[in-house]
Structure formats: C-alpha cells, structure tokens
Design a protein around this ligand. Sequence first.
Ligand code: ADP
Length: 396
Amino acid sequence: MTTLTQITLENEMDLILAYKKSMRTAELLGLTLSTQTAFSTAVSEVCREVIDKAEGGMATLGATADEGRFFFTAVISCRTGEYFNRSSEGIEYARKLVPILEIAATEEKLNITLKLSIPRSTRIDQRRISVVKAEIEQEGPISAYEEVKMRNSELQRINQQKELALLSANYLNEQKTEFLSIAAHELNTPLTVLRSYAELAMRMDNGQSDKLTQMLTKIFRQSGKVVALVKQLLDISKLETGIIEYDKEPTNWKVFQEQIMEDLQLAVPNHNLVSSAPVDAAIFADRIRIEQVLNNVVGNAAKYSARQADIQVSSMVEDNDLVISVTDKGIGMSAQTVKNIFQKFYRSDDTIKKYSGLGMGLYVASRIVTDHGGNITVTSVEGEGSTFNIHLPLLN
Ligand code: ADP
C-alpha cells in the first residue's frame, strides 16, 4: 500500500479528523462525492469502535494496486484483543457502506481493512497516487486540531530523542567512571611499591653518593606527583558514585593551620608561602580532606605564578563563616575561565598549551568544600593574579 496519510486515534476529535481526511483523500483520488461520503463515514465508524473499545489505534489511508486495479484503502489498526465480534454495531454499519471490509489479527495487532475500487475513469495510476501524496503533504494540517496534534507529536518525538540521548550519555558516563576507578586502582598499587623502593634505596644509600641521592630524590618527588593525580582520579570516581566518606571532627582553625603550613610549604618548594596570623575559629571538618583542598589551591597558586613569587594565605571570620584566602600574583584568569574552573576536567585554553594538568583538582576541591556546607569563590585579574576564598561554616 502507498500510504497517503495517517491519523493516530486517541479521542472523539480524531473521528472528525479521520472523516475529514478520508473525504479529502477520496476527493483528490477523483472519487464522487457520494463515494467519498460513504467511505469516510465507514472509516469514522470503525475508528469510533477502535477509540471506544481498544482505547486507541491508528488509521492509515492509502492506495493499493491489485491485478491492474487500484483501491482506495483504509487500514485501522489497534492492539489485538476481544474487541470486535460479529455483533459489533459500528463494524456492521461500515460493512454496509464499503464493498470490502476485512478483519485480520496477528498476535499483537488487529487490522480492519476497508477497500473500494477506484474507477478507471479517474485515470488513476501510480504516478497520480504519488501526486496525491505530495499534495496532501503540501496541504499540511486541515484543521487547528490537527495542527496542535502534529505539534504535540513532534514534541513527543523530540522528548523521546532527548530521553534516549540522556540515557546513553548516562550510560557512557557510568562506563567512564567505572574505567576511571579501575585504572586508578590498578595504577595505585605499583606506584606505592615504586615509591617505597625509592625511599628505601635513599635510606640505604644514606647520602654516600650525591648523584644517586639526587636521582632517587627525583624519582621519589615525581612519583609523588603521579600518586597525587591517581588520588584525584580515585576521588572523582568516588564523587561520581556518591560514596565519598568524611571523617569530620571539631577543629580549631588556628591550631590546624599552624600544623599544616610546613607541609604546604614543602609541597611548593619554589615559592614563598606567606601566612598572616590565623583566626581563632572552630569548624567541623574532615582535616585530611580540608588539607587536600588547601594543597590543591596552594599548588595551583604556585603552578600558575613565577618561581620565588609570594603566595599569601590568610583567614578571617565573615558572617557565620571561616574564610580562608589564598592569593597569588600569577597569570590570573579571564572571566570565562573563572566561570568554569570548578567544572570537571575544565582547563582554560591558554593553560592547556603551557601547563600540564587534568582539570580535576578544583572540581574535587569544590565538592569537598560543598560537602562541608561551604563554597569556594574566586576573584582574578588576568596578568595580575588570583584569590581563592574558601568559605566553611563555623561550628556553633
Ligand atoms: P589543573 O590545574 O590540573 O588544570 P584545576 O582543576 O586545579 O586543574 O584547575 C582548573 C583550571 O583553573 C586550570 O587549568 C587553570 O586554567 C585555572 N586555574 C586554577 N587555579 C589557577 C590560578 N591560581 N591561577 C590561574 N589559573 C588557575
């Protein structure tokens, strides 16, 4: 069958639509007004049965060719069920109006086919049928109701596409997270062994050979950087699966900052860490995780500024928050970069070219801080430097 038009059957309004569309199609095929009316009435009667009893279906209008003859054909289909028996009124009425009415059922679908032969006098042929099809398409909706219906089904199609895209994106994301987690675990073990042996070799050498000590120190330091990256990868997979656990405890900021400053300075040996007297304030924090945040922000301050430059660490109480500020006099950031730096894997175009990194640190850092009920903000001037403000709620 060459399909000329289709109507989904959902409610009473669709009966009128099916009727009108059959009338118009029959007219274009050159059928007389009385034939148009009889056929269209039969179509809408069957449609009524389908809407009432099968709770909807589809009416397809088209033309079929059989042994050199052409037929105007309507196939009204719905899900198979015990809907239509011999005494079905609408079907019996339709049977009286059209020469051929057949009911065929498969396991899933029930098709009611209505057919009438198109007289040769109309000069019907396959080419004419194609022209009718094009004309119907060109005419578009024949009523405001059909227009709304078409728009709705287009919206539904777009929604379905979006849902599918979302499902596959989620699936890919899950796969990626799983891969990250496996890769990070696999890297972690040999790295730890490597570092332990480097440390052991340094101890055994005990400074006897300067050259060897230098080389072992380099191995130790560089493998330390890889360990930090692997830790970030593990953190990302933990954050994605939502199983990051915090061991929070009441923490005096003044004491804590004094404890970690030395380690922070060791992490940025080529920069000068300047700290103003820490404020005496209590927070509820997972100390290891908060140190990790500071390590990251201070590490970035060093990475994105010149060697020997100062990095300022200060703290104060603002409203109900402890605010820890880290300021550098480095390359700074554009407004666009400032907007995006906390996104996963984000790196600004200019840093990609000049600095190594994976764009994970600030994403993980900001998640840790928000998991503590706080947030990180940034102010930055390109070419002059940046200040990261870490806000953590005070322990009341
Ligand atoms: P990475 O440093 O590995 O690229 P981060 O998540 O730590 O990843 O940082 C994301 C991006 O934010 C960096 O690529 C850089 O463009 C920008 N950035 C972060 N800190 C600074 C800073 N102190 N100065 C300038 N740019 C920074």
